[in-house]
Design a protein around this ligand. Structure first.
Ligand code: EPS
Length: 374
């Protein structure tokens, strides 16, 4: 099993993660890892912090001669904006942030102690870990994309676009939206929100290609692949909703309109024409593209702050104003990819045995043969 933990505060010295259970012999391409970190940092609507940071991985264990060796991999990312000791205390709790519940839970009046760890700065480490998992997935030709589907009240239209077209279009735009017309309107929305001291959320979609049939299982609740995705995606900072395939919309339709009919031909084996299930049936991958969506709430720090209470004086005040992003939906898609890469990598290791890539590949090939000859 692959497990990981992260540590580090937003303005602390550095972020750290330890990734345990990575198979041996994965080629580590640091350029790829750093490129993944930069994909997370772009995005129209991000704040001043992204101009300060130049995120780069520093791998300090688990690798020798450019390959994993089976022992835990630890990754450090330095914070250029390291100034945690100088930062003033926060007593005016921001609605929507970790401030108040965290203060009461940890018995701390200075809510800087909540802000610093709950900040989405931590997602830099999630992306580094996800990048490592993507290197494992590349060995099995598993690829993924993410794009912005909704930002504020603007929706993108991508129904007629192929996987490759969506990927190319999203990667070429700083807003990470594949629909050219929607991009313009989304940027206008962000500009408007910025002028009004407000913030915005949205919806991102992740599509994963090349996942074999049979990852995850229906036999136990905590081994279902859909459950694993829901947990990983829902745990991203500011995410309030997760959908798989047709998601909530399926509830309004009839069974005959929803379920993906099954066809068979000698050349391609079993196949579907529709994919309302989003590549997962009964907690297992079914061999189709996996389609996931996350809804991100608007950023909680507002330049025109909401009403709140000072936790020391108990008086009504305006919420703390801090430097923040107006909108981080574009970054959220990259983070959603990263945690999805972790879920798939972990499920691959579970199914195909994960001490070395060679062992995994032998088991994988033999399984594919079994499926083909079924
Ligand atoms: C964040 C607040 C901003 C964001 C930050 C998340 O940081 P700062 O308080 O330093 O201006 O830029 O995101 C990152 C630092 C990052 O790397 O994505 C928050 O409150 O969650």
């Amino acid at each position: 099993m692959i497990r990981y933990m992260t540590a580090g505060e937003s303005h602390g010295e550095q972020l750290v993660s330890i990734v345990d259970g990575m198979p041996a012999d994965i080629k580590i391409d640091e350029k790829f890892l750093n490129n993944e970190l930069s994909r997370r940092m772009v995005g129209y609507g991000r704040g001043g912090r992204m101009k300060i940071e130049k995120d780069k991985v520093h791998i300090v264990s688990g690798i020798r001669k450019g390959k994993t060796i089976g022992s835990p991999v630890s990754i450090i990312i330095k914070n250029k904006d390291f100034k945690i000791k100088e930062l003033p205390p926060i007593f005016n709790a921001r609605p929507g942030h970790a401030d108040l519940a965290g203060a009461l839970k940890y018995n701390q009046y200075d809510m800087r102690n909540m802000l610093e760890r709950s900040s989405a700065r931590e997602t830099a480490e999630k992306v580094a870990v996800g990048a490592l998992c993507k290197l494992l997935l590349k060995e099995f030709n598993i690829d993924m994309l993410s794009h912005v589907l909704v930002l504020g009240n603007v929706g993108a239209y991508t129904d007629e676009m192929s996987y490759e077209q969506i990927k190319k279009a999203a990667e070429s735009a700083d807003i990470r939206c594949a629909d050219k017309k929607a991009r313009v309107l989304m940027k206008e929305e962000i500009d408007k929100a910025r002028q009004q001291g407000d913030s915005l959320g949205g919806i991102c979609e992740v599509v994963i290609k090349g996942v074999p049939v049979g990852l995850g299982t229906y036999t136990q609740w905590d081994r279902r692949l859909d459950g694993e995705f829901a947990k990983a995606l829902m745990s991203i900072q500011a995410v309030k909703g997760v959908e798989i395939g047709g998601g909530f919309e399926l509830a309004f339709l009839r069974g005959s309109q929803v379920h993906d009919e099954i066809f068979y031909d000698k050349k391609n084996g079993f196949r579907r024409i529709t994919n309302n299930a989003g590549g997962i049936e009964a907690g297992m991958s079914n061999g189709e593209y996996i389609v996931l969506r996350v809804a991100m709430k608007p950023i909680a720090t507002l330049m025109s702050p909401l009403s709140t209470v000072n936790v020391k004086t108990k008086k009504e005040v305006s919420a703390q104003v801090e430097r923040a992003d107006v909108c981080a939906v574009s970054a959220c898609g990259v983070v959603a990819e990263a945690v999805s890469a972790y879920v798939i990598a972990n499920a691959m290791v579970e199914k195909f045995g994960g001490d070395s890539i060679g062992e995994m590949k032998r088991n994988y090939e033999s399984y594919l043969k079994q499926v083909k000859n079924f």
